[in-house]
Design a protein around this ligand. Structure first.
Ligand code: UD1
Ligand code: CA
Length: 453
């Protein structure tokens, strides 16, 4: 069965108060419109986006994984779907969705389609029972409780105003029936608008049965029309993501204050403490602790890693390693197993071998560090001369005294020992003690004079 989906995203979205196209606002790492696109694609549907307001921006952001039709004037939802007539003329079912309704799930649309087929409908509306139906089209049912029609808010009479079953704005149709309905659709009403809901009347008069399938979770039809609703939708998606992780065995201490983007993997018994932010394709292993206020972007964290209040970007941390507090691991860093990266350590574009300790106040940029190296406090790899960056290598088992500078590029061979306070400008051979600092001179009795200066 061939399914196509038309997603309406031409509207202006005035209430968003924004210079940006409404459907390009983001919930986590995805634009609003990507949510229904992904859901439709998960159902195997080919997608056509009807764009209008800021069409070029939308096209540029969404890219060529979908087709586009442009609605130059926003003459109503029916008019919007009419723009896609040539797109839907060679399929079995057509799914109509909105670009500003990101909370709809594949599961619900699967059920809608199953209902549509089981009840031999030509069109099925997704409806919901809400406490405040104001603004929505009402689902009017006959005395047998069968679907009769949809009445838009402006056209409701006093009895219809009280109906709490509303049109969620999503539908599935047999393609042929929909095409017939669209051909006959007019804007013969006070608003001079093409109401998509009129298509239902047209089809049911000519073609067959229209029904409504009522959704269980009302939040799925919530549209985003303002920045307040954007925040509300974000909270709902955040809760769904966090609940799914907890069901799979992750411990999230404070789900309200944990921000995990879609598509992130976390292993069982890993603890996520409050205030953490996990972004873009991060993969975290089992039994880790991601401590307070840690932010991890596009990184791989292996099993049993403990991270305290740190930032990790585009990097890999191997198992049993401890990071932080207050470490900053910048892109393209590879931290080995059983490593300790302590407080106020910054690492960039570097490899750190297994068992190495960088306990405090150190900068490692553009360097390859071997196994079991010990960094004294305050070490700096001086990788930049103001014009170019250089790489240094420190091999296995080197001991580095506090406050050492390595002026890149230098190579320190294994088992060497760098005296504290050294500024290393030349390579150091194996098993060598390198001292690179001015000798101390003691001038007895001179302290008193200095103090009286
Ligand atoms: C529509 C339904 C209403 C339903 C409600 C659910 C009609 C006539 N009414 O209301 O029964 O309860 O959705 O939210 O269909 N759009 C375009 N081009 C246009 C007009 C709209 O692309 O010319 C897009 C908008 O960008 C939006 C979607 O269609 O994503 C819905 O438009 P909106 O104006 O919110 O729908 P309503 O007519 O208020
Ligand atoms: Ca609306």
């Amino acid at each position: 069965m061939k399914i196509k989906s038309v997603i309406l995203a031409a509207g202006k979205g005035t209430r968003m108060q924004s210079k940006k196209a409404k459907v390009l606002h983001k919930i986590f790492n995805r634009t609003l419109v990507e949510y229904p696109i992904k859901v439709a694609q998960a159902l195997g549907a080919e997608v056509c986006l009807v764009i209008g307001h800021m069409a070029d921006d939308v096209k540029k952001e969404v890219g060529n994984e979908v087709s586009y039709r442009v609605q130059t004037e926003q003459l109503g939802t029916g008019h919007a779907v009419m723009q896609a007539i040539d797109f839907i003329n060679d399929c079995d079912l057509v799914l109509i969705l909105y670009g500003d309704t990101p909370l709809i799930t594949t599961d619900t649309l699967n059920k809608l389609i199953a209902y549509h087929i089981r009840h031999k409908c030509v069109g099925t509306v997704l409806s919901a029972q809400v406490n405040n139906p104001f603004g929505y089209g009402r689902i009017v049912r006959n005395s047998f409780n069968e679907f009769e029609k949809i009445v838009e808010e402006k056209d409701t009479n006093i009895t219809q105003k009280k109906i709490k079953e509303i049109n969620g704005g999503m539908y599935v149709f047999n393609a042929n029936s929909l095409l017939e309905g669209l051909k006959k659709l007019t804007n013969n009403n006070a608003q001079k608008e093409y109401y998509f809901t009129d298509v239902l009347d047209i089809i049911s008069e000519n073609d067959g049965k229209i029904d409504a399938y009522m959704i269980k979770d009302n939040t799925e039809i919530l549209g985003v029309n303002s920045k307040i609703q954007l925040a509300e939708a974000t909270t709902i998606i955040k809760n769904r993501i966090n609940s799914a992780h907890m069901e799979m065995g992750v411990i999230i201490e404070d789900p309200q204050n944990t921000y995990i983007e879609p598509d992130i993997q976390i292993g069982i018994d890993t603890i996520i403490e409050p205030g953490c932010v996990l972004k873009s394709n991060t993969i975290i292993g089992d039994n880790c602790t991601i401590g307070y206020n840690t932010k991890i972007i596009n990184s791989i964290i292996k099993n049993n890693v403990k991270i305290e209040s740190s930032i990790i970007i585009d990097s890999t941390i191997s198992q049993n390693t401890k990071i932080g507090p207050f470490a900053y691991i910048r892109p393209n860093s590879n931290i080995g197993e059983n490593v300790k990266i302590g407080d106020f350590v910054e690492i960039k574009n570097s490899n750190i071998g297994d068992g190495t300790k960088v306990a405090h106040l150190t900068y490692i940029g553009d360097a390859d560090i071997g196994r079991d190296v010990n960094f004294g406090c305050g070490t700096v790899i001086v990788n930049y001369d103001g014009k170019n960056k250089y790489r240094s290598e420190i091999k296995d088992n080197v001991f580095i005294g506090c406050n050492t500078n390595f002026i890149s590029p230098v190579t320190i061979e294994s088992n060497s020992y760098i005296a504290a306070g050294s500024t290393i400008t030349k390579d150091v051979p194996e098993n060598t003690l390198a001292v690179a600092r001015a000798r101390q001179i003691n001038k007895e009795g001179r302290a008193k004079n200095k103090k009286n200066d």
